[in-house]
Design a protein around this ligand. Structure first.
Ligand SMILES: [Zn+2]
Length: 436
């Protein structure tokens, strides 16, 4: 009997040692549902940050909740950026770098974020998901292969009339839940953490107001990606080119031998774009050239285009190609003056992040410890992280569990939120154990 008791006691001890983490006061899912219902849609072409004052509703709430969780130095800047600091609990916190975690509060201007009504599809058993308020909105397995990995999970969608706002309130909820868990589990050792929630990510501009120095982190992660395990340390390098075609206008009735119509030169230039180098014909790591707007007048026409490539050498080659095309058009229309203007937009953050491989390695290891299958996905766009990386704060991007950003078919899941949170908890411990 005594022996049996001893075995039982040992068993109990082992079990409790395996499940030693106290749960958060509020689950990542419940937190997310609360944040998702707050309308924080941002707006294009505003000359103030935040572009919409309703984003402050979430900013104020997050600041209050950070304070309630014991986060120090919580403040909201004049631009609506929420900052805070979670003190480390190591014997000497100065031995490990201050790591930042960031998510954005706004949702895309493309689809309404008003009256978001999150729906939980409990214990998903496969098949397409039709959204209740608009039966034409269907999350199809054929277009969402990751659904196959979500059998048995609780899937969260909007009702078909709005976006869900998982981009990026999932990131906000996951970071907040991480802090909640750390507070309840002092046995989890971590260095000092810098926290920020930003407005206007979807319209650009918000990050320009970010106070890198005041934030106080040496390295950071944006928690703003998609599928579980997806980590990004690469973005495009990006330039914009404008080609001007200068002609000469006059009254068409008396134009003989005087008028020089620049439209024909612009048309000739457009016809020279290689069809296999366009956004509509490329994917993955292949860059593109993309004429996207312009003006057509007899006197002067312009064509604007995006140049995108992951390699600076590839981007240079694309710029040279555009210049050559413009020159050829100029030779064909010698009376039209053709000029090319190129502007640098942003650079692939890998140019900096390659010097800090641990940032990606630790993120991969933290994901694996959470039972995920991490993989690197280059972003065919720019991120707030690429901006920060070139301002001295190296910042790769982590997944959130979300899918179908900027649309009514956006979704996330209970496991998506929980596994991302678990990855963050693992990550802060790795920095505490290994430093940089
Ligand atoms: Zn986002």
């Amino acid at each position: 009997m005594k022996k049996l008791f001893a075995i039982l006691a040992l068993l109990l001890l082992t079990v409790s040692a395996g499940a030693q983490t106290n749960p958060p006061a509020e689950s990542a899912l419940d937190r997310f549902l609360r944040y998702a219902k707050i309308d924080t849609q941002s707006k294009e072409d505003q000359d103030k940050v935040p572009s919409t004052s309703k984003q402050l509703n979430l900013a104020n709430l997050l600041a209050k909740e950070l304070k309630d969780l014991g986060v120090e130095n919580v403040r909201i800047s004049e631009f609506g950026i929420v900052y805070g600091m979670v003190p480390g609990n190591l014997p000497d916190n100065s031995k490990v770098p201050v790591i930042g975690f960031m998510a954005h509060m706004d949702t895309s201007p493309e689809v309404s974020g008003e009256n978001v009504n999150p729906i939980i599809h409990k214990n998903y058993q496969g098949g397409d998901i039709t959204l209740p308020k608009d039966p034409t909105q269907i999350i199809a397995v054929a277009k969402n292969p990751d659904l196959k990995n979500l059998i048995g999970d609780d899937i969260i969608t909007a009702d078909g009339t709005t976006l869900l706002g998982s981009d990026d309130k999932a990131g906000c909820a996951e970071i907040m839940t991480m802090i909640d868990i750390l507070k309840r589990n002092p046995q989890i050792k971590h260095g000092t953490l810098a926290i920020a929630f930003t407005p206007d990510e979807e319209v650009g501009g918000g990050i320009d107001k970010f106070d890198v120095k005041g934030f106080g982190a040496q390295f950071a992660y944006t928690v703003d990606g998609e599928e579980l395990g997806e980590i990004s340390d690469e973005t495009w390098s990006a330039r914009t080119a404008t080609v001007h075609f200068q002609g000469k206008n006059t009254h068409p009735g008396t134009a003989k031998d005087i008028m020089i119509n620049s439209l024909f030169a612009a048309g000739d230039f457009l016809s020279r774009f290689p069809k296999d180098m366009l956004p509509e014909t490329t994917e993955g790591r292949v860059g593109f050239v993309h004429p996207y707007t312009g003006t057509l007048e007899v006197e002067e026409s312009t064509i604007k285009m995006l140049l995108r490539d992951f390699e600076l050498s590839g981007l240079d080659a694309k710029e040279q190609m555009i210049r050559r095309m413009a020159q050829e058009t100029g030779q064909k229309f010698p009376q039209v003056k053709v000029t090319v203007d190129v502007k640098e937009n942003y650079k692939n953050m890998k140019e900096v992040l390659k010097n800090y491989p641990q940032l990606t390695e630790y993120a991969m290891e933290a994901s694996r410890k959470a039972g995920l299958n991490p993989h690197i996905k280059p972003i065919r766009g720019g991120t707030d992280g690429s901006n920060l990386t070139f301002r001295g704060l190296p910042t790769p991007n982590l997944f959130t569990g979300g899918h179908n950003f900027h649309g009514k078919l956006e979704f996330n899941s209970r496991r998506g939120l929980e596994k991302t949170t678990e990855t963050l908890i693992n990550l802060v411990q790795l920095f505490a154990q290994k430093g940089m």
